[in-house]
Ligand binder design. Structure first.
Ligand code: PHE
Length: 341
């Protein structure tokens, strides 16, 4: 092969190999092999001296161009690789978040309890319904036997919407009772999990935003025994079959009779502790037989149908079950808190 062609083919091979070199060590090996003092280029260069003067001038030009081109290609490959190395290894951004790639997040403790209860209730033939968080004053209060002047409104002060005096952020999931009766008619068996709001001076026990789970059963010949049976089922389900329920009289305008429901303290299992204030019981729900005038608001005839309703404090259940002592943590979005569940 003519010397001139040999130079050209050397350059070609060099550039091809350069493209497939991926690290600095490989690059250095390549430099020694082709551009080193005893490398392939130097070996070819040494052959120049055997040519005639005229040939040497001609081939020499090609040789010099080849050398320059190879060195330039090498230098720019080296610079590019160093740059890449700097950004991927030698230098790092201290402000970059370090969430591990495999962290997918998980279900919030309140949602966990909600889903558990949805499973339980649907297995008992209940449907899961929904209602608006921005509710009318009528459904939130009036339809539930709480007319505008009723003192029960004081205990459930909420957020009112400027320019819309008839709209409130719902204080309870109970307004869905009347909505559902109007929509589905009797018989009904449903639960309504959802977010509620109250105008609270927040502290460890009071939060302006919290979750409830409402229940409503309307049918013929429904009595308070059915209600207690269902509530006992819930308590057992939540606490591995060992919990009891007791019902004590409590006034709610939309039920008659009304009760507050307490379940066996999850912590001491009824023997008395700090969480249950030594009583062995925890108040987790309100309930009662649906008031005839509420049935009438729902276009259900109280002479034909009876019903019971209950409302669990979902946030409260979650706090009790997981031993959370500050209700504000539930809404905080604090990762240190959330990753514990
Ligand atoms: N809505 C009531 C509350 O928020 C709870 C309740 C629901 C009571 C259903 C009776 C029947 O306190």
């Amino acid at each position: 092969m003519e010397l001139q062609t040999q130079f050209e083919s050397l350059k070609h091979t060099f550039e091809k190999t350069l493209k497939t070199t991926v690290d600095l060590a490989g690059l250095e090996a390549l430099r020694v092999e082709f551009l080193g003092r005893k490398g392939k280029l130097a070996t070819l260069m040494a052959l120049l001296k055997d040519l005639s003067e005229e040939e040497r001038r001609m081939v020499g030009t090609v040789a010099n161009e080849t050398k320059q081109a190879m060195e330039q290609a090498f230098d720019s490959a080296l610079a590019a690789m160093k740059n890449e190395n700097i950004s991927s290894h030698a230098w790092f951004d201290v402000s970059e978040p370090i969430f591990p790639k495999e962290s997918f997040g998980h279900i919030h403790p309140v949602t966990q309890i909600q889903q558990e209860l949805e499973d339980l209730f649907t297995s008992m033939g209940f449907m899961v319904a929904d209602g608006p968080e921005l509710e009318s004053d009528y459904y939130n209060f009036t339809a539930l036997n709480i007319p505008p002047t009723h003192p029960a409104r004081d205990m459930q002060d909420t957020f009112y919407i400027k320019g819309h005096p008839d709209q409130v952020m719902r204080t309870q999931t109970s307004p869905v009772q009347v909505r559902a009766m109007r929509k589905y008619r009797a018989p009904i068996r449903m639960i309504v999990p959802g977010r509620c709001f109250r105008n609270e001076a927040t502290d460890a026990r009071h939060e302006h935003t919290f979750y409830q789970l409402e229940g409503l059963v309307v049918d013929k010949d429904i009595h308070i025994g059915h209600m207690k049976g269902v509530l006992e089922e819930v308590a057992k389900h939540l606490y591995d079959g060992e919990a009891n329920v007791r019902l004590l009289p409590k006034f709610y305008p939309f039920v008659e009779p009304g009760v507050r429901g307490e379940i066996t303290c999850f912590l001491c299992r009824g023997t008395g502790c700090r969480v249950c204030k030594q009583s062995g019981w925890l108040e987790v729900l309100g309930a009662g037989m649906v008031h005839p005038s509420v049935l009438r608001e729902g276009n259900v005839d109280p002479e034909q149908y009876q019903g019971f309703a209950f409302g669990f404090g979902l946030s409260r259940l979650a706090m009790l079950k997981y031993g959370v002592d500050d209700s504000r943590l539930m809404q905080s979005g604090d990762m240190k808190f959330l990753t514990q569940f």
